[in-house]
Design a protein around this ligand. Structure first.
Ligand SMILES: Nc1nc2c(ncn2[C@@H]2O[C@H](COP(=O)(O)OP(=O)(O)OP(=O)(O)O)[C@@H](O)[C@H]2O)c(=O)[nH]1
Ligand SMILES: [Mg+2]
Length: 205
């Protein structure tokens, strides 16, 4: 199956035009699902991170079960950039995952064309808030399952789709946020999805 973005150079659409100046994409999801890792692994510029070391003050506040090795957390947002081809530039904004920073999200969504929801299957409930906010803002999104090594349950994508009550039209894929190509594939899936939505909109009179 060919990716729609490979067809973009020959087609002028509002989405393709916007892509030349840069599409704003947000990466959302629960605490510690790998948002910062994803922005870091795909960004071509040195990513801006607003990571802070988690301290004793966060004990009992920051829910670290399942991410015991985690020592830092995003307190504002991550920022990175990636060119998918010569005509398509994405600006990536990784949201902070902790509940106490969620008030930043709605602002972060302004001007956003699309989003990636990262999911950790060990803590699926953490994805609800992200999906809810995106639906509220009518921001198109794809869902990417970041499989951690100690994810022993091994839920299938179908099971995850059901658990999250995701409609068929929302793309759902596996990824490893630590791998550049995998992160890039997630972004290509998102751009393809945006492209299809834009084409469908063009078709409706
Ligand atoms: N094993 C494994 N570890 C991962 C993967 N992705 C991220 N990690 C690790 O998981 C931890 C959490 O990743 P972060 O990227 O900080 O998560 P985050 O979503 O930005 O977290 P907050 O900003 O605090 O919400 C880090 O120690 C990563 O190295 C993965 O796919 N597999
Ligand atoms: Mg982070």
């Amino acid at each position: 199956m060919g990716s729609a973005i490979s067809e973009l150079p020959s087609r002028r659409t509002p989405l393709a035009d916007a892509a030349e100046t840069g599409l704003k994409i947000v990466i959302v999801g629960g605490f510690g699902v790998g948002k910062t890792t994803l922005v870091r692994s795909v960004s071509e510029i040195r990513p801006l991170n607003t990571e802070e070391v988690m301290t004793q003050a966060g004990v009992g506040v920051d829910e670290t079960s399942g991410v015991a090795a985690k020592t830092t957390t995003t307190v504002a947002f991550d920022f990175g950039r990636i060119s998918l081809n010569e005509r398509m530039v994405l600006y990536l904004f990784g949201a902070p995952g902790q509940e106490r920073f969620w008030f930043l999200w709605d602002r972060l969504f302004s001007g956003t064309l699309g989003a990636v929801v990262l999911v950790d299957t060990r803590r699926m409930d953490d994805s609800w808030y992200a999906i809810d906010r995106l639906e509220h803002h009518r921001t198109p999104f794809v869902v990417a399952v970041n499989r951690f090594d100690d994810d022993t349950a091994g839920y299938s994508l179908d099971e995850i789709r059901q658990a999250l009550a995701l409609p068929e039209r929302v793309p759902l894929i596996d990824c490893d946020a630590r791998l550049r190509q995998s992160g890039k594939d997630v972004l290509i899936t998102l751009v393809d999805h945006l492209y299809e939505l834009a084409m469908a909109q063009e078709m409706t009179p």
